[in-house]
Design a protein around this ligand. Structure first.
Ligand code: TRP
Length: 382
């Protein structure tokens, strides 16, 4: 079966087939971020952002409400997370950078959930030691982006269960098995840990309210596949005395394979933050592109940047300048730029980015504990 014919499957655990992002909005019942809403975000943030401009961040729930509350002086907190099932690839950093922008522009606290429990429960191949190790490695990547401990709290589900359990049982009591089956598609083969887990992912949305003893708005930046979690989280929120969390949702940032896929079984299909720059170059040079079968054909007909992962990396990471991007786009569609040359432009950018990121990663190694949500134990007591 060719990639195009494959049926689309998007759940929090599986993304398969060609992703139709418009259909996901309909399927999940979220809302599109309109130009009008973008302007409202920019007005509140005091700045535009290319991921909104370029529609990588494209869908939401209750964002207009959240901005209204913000305007009234009702401050929100940010909540996002990562399932530590492997090394971080470059694409993962894109939404995290967006989260950092939100944090800075809105001067908010960030709760970041590392779901070692989730990945252990849902992935037959992973042992606890593995998810602990990836939690550490992924944390380095997050912190390398420059977060500050004052307003960044990394929650490790297993390590910090004492902080989370009270809220989790209250959430879990309100979600029936039949809801979980319908929303998450569980069947009888699912282990009971997996059935429980959605309660855990709801918790950080309410944690701050619990800490300060007052309901606090929450904004969740996340990839669109996480929406089923928030549907259930939102359904139980008010009954438990909290606001429904708002969300701001992005499309996936692709790996380097066909259809932008990154596959765990093919390490060449994505650049990992732990790759050597030399390896990264090799991967870029091997990437799938939107090019034609022959150079002659490409010179005549032009290539297709819109299906090309190389172009996406310019668009979402390396070319914030609109003129640079449209120059590449024009040369690509016009047939002037062949894919080999285009990759030769991306490769050094990727290598330089990686070198800097890896240096920053080294520097945060002895600071990881400063970000731990363990600090919340004291705040809870107060
Ligand atoms: N389930 C997510 C994953 O597999 C991890 C996660 C937990 C998350 N809480 C989150 C992602 C909040 C985004 C926002 O990657």
């Amino acid at each position: 079966m060719s990639y195009d014919d494959e049926e689309m499957v998007v759940t929090p655990w599986e993304v398969r087939g060609k992703v139709d992002y418009d259909r996901l909005i309909e399927k999940f019942g979220t809302e599109r971020i309109t130009d009008k809403l973008k302007e409202k975000i920019y007005e509140a943030a005091g700045e535009r952002h290319i991921l909104l401009e370029r529609d990588l961040v494209y869908s939401h729930r209750d964002l207009d409400w959240l901005l209204k509350e913000h305007k009234k002086g009702n401050k929100f907190i940010l909540y996002t997370g990562r399932g530590p099932s492997g090394h971080t690839h470059i694409g993962h950093l894109v939404p995290w950078r967006f989260t950092k922008w939100l944090q800075e522009r809105f001067d908010t606290r960030l709760y970041f959930q590392m779901t070692d429990d989730e990945k252990f429960l849902f992935n037959p191949e992973l042992e606890l030691e593995d998810v602990y190790q990836y939690t550490y490695e992924n944390t380095l990547d997050l912190l390398a982006l420059g977060f500050e401990p004052e307003d960044t709290y990394i929650i490790d589900d297993i390590k910090h269960i004492d902080l989370l359990y009270k809220i989790a049982v209250r959430v879990a009591k309100k979600v029936t098995f039949s809801t979980a089956r319908a929303v998450y598609g569980f069947d009888n083969s699912m282990n009971i840990g997996g059935i429980w887990y959605p309660a855990m992912q709801a918790v950080p949305a309410f944690l701050h309210s619990e800490i300060v003893g007052e309901k606090t708005p929450c904004l969740i930046p996340c990839a669109i596949d996480q929406d089923p979690y928030w549907r259930v989280t939102r359904d139980v929120a008010e009954g438990l005395g909290y606001y429904k969390p708002a969300s701001i949702q992005n499309k996936f940032v692709p790996g380097l394979g066909e259809g932008g896929k990154m596959s765990a079984s093919d390490p060449m299909s994505a650049v990992f933050t732990t790759d050597t720059p030399k390896m990264a170059k090799k991967k870029v040079m091997n990437a799938f592109t939107g090019g034609r079968a022959t150079a002659k054909e490409q010179r005549e007909l032009g290539a297709n940047p819109y299906i090309c992962p190389v172009f996406k990396y310019y668009k979402f990471l390396f070319m914030p300048d609109d003129e640079d991007l449209s120059d590449i786009e024009k040369r690509c569609t016009g047939g002037d730029l062949l894919c080999g040359e285009c990759k030769q432009i991306l490769a050094p950018m990727m290598m330089e980015f990686l070198e800097k990121h890896q240096a920053a990663r080294e520097e945060v190694k002895d600071r990881v504990h400063e970000f731990s949500a363990a600090r919340l134990r004291d705040e809870m007591k107060r």
